[in-house]
Each structure stands twice: as C-alpha cells, then as structure tokens.
Design a protein around this ligand. Structure first.
Ligand SMILES: Nc1ncnc2c1ncn2[C@@H]1O[C@H](COP(=O)(O)OP(=O)(O)O)[C@@H](O)[C@H]1O
Ligand SMILES: [Mg+2]
Length: 247
C-alpha cells in the first residue's frame, strides 16, 4: 500500500544538535501511526518539519507523491493536513464554540477547502465537532475555564471542524483520566472509519497498543525502528531506551 504522506531524509539541526536526523516516515492511508520515543527524541520537531512550522535543513515531504516542501503552514494545512500542539494553543478568552469556529474561518491557517465558507456551513461543522467531542453543553464557556480533559477535546474539535483528511496529533491524550481516554480512543476510531489518516505522538503505551496500527520509534533524532506494535513494544532494547535505562 503506498503512503499518503511520506517524509524522506528529514533533517533539522539546532546549533550542534540534530533534532531530526535523516528521518523517513510513511503514513499509510486510513491507519494510525504512533510516533514514540523519549523526551527530546525529535517527535514534535518532525511534525514541525512536515507542517511547515520549521524549514528542514535537508529532506523532502510528499503528499500522494506530490512534493509539498518549502511551503508555509497555511499552504500545507490547505492540502488537508491538520495538527494539534502539545501546548494546545487555544484562544483562552474566547468561547469554546468560537475556538472551533475559528478553524472554519477561511483566513485561519486551520482552514481546509471543500467544507464551504457560508455562515451556515461553518456553524454546522462547528456544531458537529462540538457534539463529537462532547463539548456542546460547554460551547459558551471560555476555553480558559474548561477542565484539562475538556481543553484537550477542544483542541481535537478544532481539527474535526476543519474536515482535514490527515491529522498530526501531538500528545493529544497525555494526562487524560481513564474515562476521557476511552472516549478519546473511541473518537479516533470513529474518525478512522470515516477515512481520516492519523499520526499520533503518544507517551502512554496503553493508548499506543489500543490504537496504533504501526509504530515509528525515534531516539535522538533518528528512527531506531518501525513496525507493528507488538514487535516494537516487545523489543527489550527499545524498551530500555524508552524507559531511560540506556546503557
Ligand atoms: N526551537 C528549538 N530551538 C532549539 N532546540 C530545539 C528547538 N526545538 C526543539 N529543540 C531541541 O530538539 C530536540 C528535539 O526536541 P522535540 O522535537 O521537541 O522532542 P520531542 O517532541 O520528541 O520531545 C531537543 O533536544 C530539543 O531541545
Ligand atoms: Mg514533543
């Protein structure tokens, strides 16, 4: 099966550190690929290189075999690639509903073509995203007044509202309580069923086991391994690196 999104040889240095060092990544359509690895492995930087938030020192990114490198985050988002941020980046003093509506605003960098720009179409997508994430009853609250798990779901609602077909999610489930985690997993599975392709940065290996079709393991900017979850998670050498017991 050919990949929907492919990175080849992506590299980005910060001073003397190669944060991402010659990484290849393939996202197969309709699957969840989990990107795992210790803190500082280069996971977020890899997302930033794909989404145009950082320019690579080397390497290429293709979407359905078309090169998409060297574009602004705006332009890349418009190709159908939406992302979330580890620090969420919600508009704290705007309502939950307005946070979601922003993602349907043609001037915002979240916006995706195809969803329609009429007030009615935008409102309908926002209501759908709020309902999917269980936030309908909180839609008038300020984002800043939400509980932690609700803020994580709001970040996801924003992505759902865009209608993007590729989602890059940076630790979307970190710190969620078990009930919220189950709701999160169910929601991602539902969206996969609707044809979305997902790359998930996730520390919680229970979630990885539950959701991932494939795992890509990064350490110190390099891809150490990739494969099916069972193989990767049962590899004692990788476990030692993951849990910080490096020799
Ligand atoms: N903007 C930046 N400036 C300097 N160093 C950075 C920057 N972003 C990331 N790094 C460094 O690159 C490495 C990888 O970071 P990051 O991609 O955030 O890792 P991860 O998301 O896997 O925890 C780390 O050593 C980090 O300190
Ligand atoms: Mg990170």
């Amino acid at each position: 099966m050919s990949a929907l999104l492919s990175a080849r040889g992506l590299t980005r240095r910060f001073g003397g550190i190669a944060a991402v060092d010659g990484v290849d990544l393939d996202l197969a359509p309709g699957l969840i690929t989990a990107l795992i690895g210790p803190n500082g492995a280069g996971k977020t930087t890899l997302f930033n290189l794909i989404t145009g938030h950082l320019a690579p020192d080397a390497g290429t990114v293709t979407l359905a075999d078309v090169a998409i490198g060297r574009r602004t985050p705006h332009a890349i988002a418009r190709l159908g690639i939406a992302r979330s941020f580890q620090d969420l980046r919600l508009f704290a003093r705007m309502s939950v509903r307005d946070n979601v509506l922003c993602a349907t605003e043609p001037a915002s960098w979240f916006w995706q073509p195809g969803g329609g720009t009429s007030r009615e179409s935008r409102a309908a997508r926002a209501e759908h995203a709020l309902a999917a994430t269980g936030l309908t009853d909180l839609s008038r609250a300020d984002a800043a007044d939400l509980a932690y798990a609700e803020r994580k779901f709001l970040s996801l609602a924003r992505i759902i509202a865009t209608g993007a077909r590729i989602w890059l999610l940076d630790e979307p489930a970190s710190g969620l309580d078990p009930a919220s985690r189950a709701r999160f997993s169910a929601l991602l599975r539902e969206k996969l069923g609707e044809g979305v392709t997902i790359c998930l940065i996730e520390h919680n290996l229970d979630i990885v086991i539950e959701l991932a079709d494939r795992i890509v393991f990064l350490d110190q900017g390099r891809k150490l391994a990739e494969g099916d979850p069972e193989t990767i998670l049962n590899d004692p050498a990788l476990a030692a690196i993951y849990f910080g017991e490096r020799a």
